[in-house]
Design a binder for this molecule. Structure first.
Ligand SMILES: [Zn+2]
Length: 475
């Protein structure tokens, strides 16, 4: 038995315990912040990546893969970018026994790997838009406490990079990425807010950044993705120039879209409960676990029937695990609950003889399924499970926000605070100081709650230039 710490009051301890007990990651690798993907965790990751690939390719993006090592000379070309990443990069300075003439950076993100080559690929307006993505490992020398999936040093990273004709084209790509992310998040049943980050918190080198934050309890948020508009900030230093239709030379406008295994961390954090992980069927390593219930007088009957159930479901395209191990059924129930499998099918002698199985979903709802209509019955139960999971997540999401009308209300807040803000940096920092947290930014879409009138800045009290902003404690 594993006793998980209470999620409500000891969220971080609970999260770490679930990741470990559900066997999603092995943190015993002897480099801090570089964890091993277990077989079970890897299944979740591949299902997650499949959703990302499906949705991004539906928008016309194509896969590429660039090298992991970047020459210092290329890395240093965009000054804000290098300043933002300088303290976070790993260096390769030797090759065998020799010092390298030009030290190499282990990519922390791939702008500086891709853009010298984009400058060769982009010649004419007919080469645009250039829209490519890669899913690779990136490396960041994280100095804070590392946590599986959430803050790590070797990151499983999805990054899209695009070159557009002009600023409007890049703005349109940002919109398209926001729409693609909405579909991905729906597949994972992850509610989130898309926020334009304040100037002081945008991506190093960006014109502006939009980030996706999901609440993970008690005023905490987790950034689960971001989209950046670069304008010409990188195309000028990297020489990504093209000949326009009228013969003039122009610089491309660029965008990027970044996601990582933080999505998996968010899925664990948002959907998990006091019994362990809970996976939406879209990315569950196994959608169904089949458990034979031993019978003393007919030992083979449940095993055979359970194997038949598993094989029929696999033939119907389901991800199924047949748990034939020696443990008692109770131990198996407990293990698969901890690991977050959406649906369990128990097959005992009685079920075997009647041509049925007993379905139990991760929320404990029970009922019979008939072998004759197995695939359809299981599909219906998984849909019902996914619907409940999404509803629970949505209700918890909505309950995470509350308006604050004065700076005093921010202190010690257990909610993500919605405030009216005049847009001045000084007021932004006063909000952050009052909360002892961060101003996450201004919503790109409607507020998640009805916050009342947008009347005066929570910090300076002025009624001018007002917009909504969200403030919380990023994890
Ligand atoms: Zn103000």
């Amino acid at each position: 038995m594993v006793d998980l710490p209470p999620k409500e009051t000891q969220f971080i301890d609970w999260y770490l315990a679930v990741v470990e007990a559900a066997d999603l990651s092995d943190k015993r690798y002897p480099v801090k912040g570089m964890n091993v993907w277990t077989r079970y965790g890897m299944r979740a990751r591949r299902n997650l990546d499949a959703v990302l690939v499906r949705e991004i390719e539906a928008t016309g993006s194509e896969a590429v893969e660039f090298p992991a090592l970047i020459p210092q000379t290329e890395f240093a070309k965009e000054k804000d970018h290098i300043k933002g990443f300088d303290a976070q990069v790993y260096w390769v300075t030797r090759g065998g026994l020799s010092e390298l003439d030009v030290p190499l950076v282990l990519r922390p993100t791939s702008e500086t790997a891709m853009y010298p080559i984009f400058a060769l690929w982009v010649r004419s307006h007919q080469d645009l838009p250039l829209t490519v993505y890669q899913i690779v490992n990136t490396f960041r020398y994280e100095t804070k406490t590392t946590r599986p999936f959430v803050r790590i040093r070797e990151i499983h990273f999805f990054e899209e990079h695009t070159c557009q004709l002009d600023e409007a084209g890049a703005t349109e790509r940002v919109r398209s990425n926001l729409a693609a992310f909405a579909k991905m998040a729906t597949a994972f049943a992850l509610p989130y807010v898309a926020l334009r980050r304040p100037e002081w918190d945008k991506f190093a080198g960006a014109y502006y950044s939009v980030a996706f934050d999901t609440p993970v309890g008690a005023s905490r948020t987790l950034q689960i993705g971001s989209v950046h508009h670069y304008r010409e900030n990188f195309s000028v230093p990297y020489g990504i120039r093209y000949e326009a239709a009228d013969g003039s030379a122009k610089f491309a406008h660029q965008t990027t879209f970044g996601l990582s295994e933080r999505l998996l961390g968010a899925i664990v954090a948002v959907h998990g409960d006091q019994k362990g992980a809970v996976f939406p069927s879209s990315i569950a390593p196994y959608e169904v676990v089949v458990v034979p219930i031993p019978s003393a007088d007919a030992p083979d009957v449940p095993e055979r029937a359970a194997a038949e159930v598993a094989s029929r479901l696999r033939a119907a395209g389901r991800r199924v695990f047949l748990d034939e191990g020696p443990d008692r059924p109770g131990a198996k129930y407990f293990r698969w609950e901890l690991r977050g499998v959406p649906l369990r099918l128990d097959v005992g002698r009685r079920e075997a003889e009647a041509g049925t199985a007993t379905a139990v979903d991760r929320y404990g709802r029970k009922g019979p399924v008939a072998l004759a209509s197995l695939a359809a019955d299981v599909a219906r139960r998984l849909e019902e499970f996914d619907r409940t999971l999404a509803e629970r997540a949505r209700a918890a999401f909505t309950a995470s926000f509350a308006r604050a009308s004065t700076l005093d209300e921010l202190a010690g807040s257990t909610k993500i605070r919605v405030v009216a803000w005049c847009g001045q940096e000084e007021c932004g920092h006063r909000i952050e100081a009052a909360l002892d947290g961060a101003l996450l930014g201004t919503p790109e879409e409607a507020l998640p709650i009805d916050a009342g009138p947008l009347d005066r800045c929570v910090a300076c009290g002025r009624p001018d230039g007002l917009r909504w902003a969200l403030a919380a404690h990023p994890l």
